[in-house]
Design a protein around this ligand. Structure first.
Ligand SMILES: Cc1cc2nc3c(=O)[nH]c(=O)nc-3n(C[C@H](O)[C@H](O)[C@H](O)COP(=O)(O)OP(=O)(O)OC[C@H]3O[C@@H](n4cnc5c(N)ncnc54)[C@H](O)[C@@H]3O)c2cc1C
Length: 408
């Protein structure tokens, strides 16, 4: 690929901006097309903006040179152009889809009624995905406001904590039996729950929301499956995300959960690549920042002419910092935190300090772990996990993994 080949990247999120920046460093220019009207920003830090810890401009990403604000509405693969909502047409030689994810809107009665604007949500009901969602929520939250967060995964926990820090009376409704069940084991989940409860959040698990009740187009309460109603001035939908694959689907590309890509991040059309939350590599749609960055870096190398560059998957830790009145509460999780029969497990818990550390080892390899409140060993664990190397067989007890950081 030569630098006069036109690379067009759709989506100015974490993956798209990283790709454009890396390409610039490697001497390849790229046109980035993004629909959001804000300066590109670090989505991972939106909860800190909502909590009032950072101003929006603090989480801005270093701006790429060529950024066009437009929403792409179609791809003409034969003509190698993309069409935008404002009627403009952009030609490409290589196209990269970095369109991210959309918030899942759960099928609740009352969410889409005749009173709500087309494609919109009732007043007081917010998704939590974009800077606009965050600013809308931020404007609506004030001390004493009754907020219901639907969903107790990473997103719901972050949103509930941020709203509580802003003085809202928060109820978190989680359908699963514990918080962040995808990343955490029961003991770590209990600590997260305790942290939220200490901040004044009322947490309900195994709790299914059935209905959103509105009056005059604005939310008034949330009804649970058992008929109980929670009064609500604000509702946050934190029920997961799904990859934005509409453009790829309409263009006839191979799409399953996400846009299917190979180790060169190529879709079923070799001139079109996909990276980040919208891409499915080796059966996996990650929905996390670290894989989005790694895919962007690998693709930048490939497009700059390094034919040997490949993306072979990401083994990364999920980290979350919940900053409350009592100081930060950190957690990190990776792999399988629940052991299978025959696995070795080492765990250290300190109920007074609210810390918990656990690793699961199978056949001399680290297969999962959780650290809550005490992340001193996270560097060594991350290296052991990401490198997937066998653990040292020098007789050191496995406890070593949880008590020594190996010099990081
Ligand atoms: C509140 C919150 C907290 C999170 N916390 C964490 C965390 O702690 N750790 C972690 O690893 N991950 C976290 N994530 C997930 C992380 O933000 C995503 O994995 C990451 O943003 C993916 O980057 P991306 O570039 O693929 O997608 P995005 O960042 O979603 O960017 C995609 C961009 O493409 C634009 N776009 C889409 N379609 C078009 C179109 N047709 N035309 C023009 N533009 C278009 C979108 O508007 C968007 O700006 C969090 C997400 C949220 C919302």
């Amino acid at each position: 690929m030569t630098s006069n080949t036109r690379v067009v990247v759709i989506g100015a999120g974490l993956a798209g901006v990283r790709l454009a920046r890396r390409l610039g460093e490697l001497g390849v220019s790229a046109l980035l097309v993004g629909e959001e009207e804000h300066r590109p920003y670090n989505r991972v830090l939106l909860a800190e903006v909502l909590a009032g810890r950072y101003r929006p401009e603090v989480i801005a990403l270093p701006s790429p040179a060529e950024l066009t604000r437009a929403r792409v509405t179609g791809i003409d693969r034969a003509g190698r152009t993309v069409r935008c909502a404002d009627g403009s047409v952009i030609a490409y030689d290589t196209l990269v889809l970095a369109t991210g994810s959309n918030a899942v809107l759960p099928p609740l009665r009352g969410l889409f009624t005749a009173d709500t604007p087309e494609g919109g949500l009732p007043g007081g009901v917010h998704a939590f995905r974009t800077m606009d969602d965050c600013l809308g929520l931020s404007e609506a939250v004030r001390p004493g406001v009754r907020a219901v967060v639907i969903g107790g995964g990473l997103l719901g926990v972050s949103a509930a904590r941020a709203l509580a820090v802003r003085g809202a009376q928060v109820v978190l409704a989680q359908q699963a039996e514990r918080l962040m069940e995808r990343q955490l084991d029961p003991a770590a989940s209990r600590l997260v729950r305790r942290h939220l409860t200490d901040l004044g959040v009322e947490v309900h698990t195994e709790c299914r929301v059935r209905d959103v009740r509105c009056v005059g187009g604005a939310v008034r309460s949330v009804e649970l499956a058992d008929g109980y109603a929670l009064d609500a001035d604000l509702v946050v939908l934190a029920c997961g995300v799904h990859p934005r694959v509409g453009l790829a689907q309409d263009a006839g590309l191979d799409v399953r959960k996400g846009i299917v890509v190979d180790d060169e991040l190529r879709t079923s059309d070799p001139r079109i690549h996909a990276i980040g939350d919208c891409a499915q590599h080796d059966g996996t749609v990650y929905g996390l920042a670290a894989p989005a960055y790694e895919q962007a870096d690998a693709l930048a190398e490939l497009l700059a002419g390094n034919a040997r560059a490949r993306y072979t998957g990401t083994r990364s830790l999920t980290r979350l910092t919940l900053t409350g009145h009592e100081g930060p509460f950190d957690l990190a999780a990776f792999g399988e935190p629940e052991p299978r029969p025959g696995d070795d497990v080492v765990q250290l818990a300190d109920a007074t300090r609210g810390t918990y550390r656990k690793v699961v080892v199978r056949d001399d390899r680290l297969v999962g772990g959780v650290l809550v409140g005490e992340l001193g060993t996270v560097g060594a664990l991350a290296r052991a996990w990401e490198g997937a190397e066998p653990l040292p067989s020098d007789g050191r007890p496995l406890l070593h993994l949880l008590t020594h950081d190996g010099g990081s």
